[in-house]
Design a binder for this molecule. Sequence first.
Ligand code: 4NP
Length: 154
Amino acid sequence: MSVNVVFVCLGNICRSPMAEAVFQHLVDEAGLSDKIAVDSCGTGAWHVGEAAHRGTKQVLARHNIPYNGRSRQVNAADMDPDNYVVAMDDSNMRDLKRRFGDHPRLYRLLDFAPNTNEHNVPDPYYTGNFEYVYQLVSDGCRGLLQTIRAENKL
Ligand code: 4NP
């Protein structure tokens, strides 16, 4: 593997698992599965070991994207300076910086999304709008893959 990508949200049951699944699907479609490894985790530990939220599972199934990961909490290995660490919102960014310090490749997913003015992926755990989150995540993941391909000549 030449590139590691880790998506981070708060609980690792709604947004970052969705991003992991969508991004993995794009990587597979691009034939880059042996070059790019994809994972996700949460800043919090409340849901460790749990499957993704029903809303995330439903929206992924509707779009024919598989996912069967389990929630886990972020650790120091996730913050390897060579990894792309991709947070869902500013709060996740702040939590990661507070706990691990500055990171050279810490990004917000929607900074790669060309078709929205949103900067933070709204948390569907509270909004219930998983389809809207899917559209944002999908837009961000497409842009992120383009960037990673360009930066790593893939
Ligand atoms: P996520 O959503 O960060 O997108 O996985 C949440 C899931 C659970 C909680 C908060 C956000 N919670 O407080 O339990």
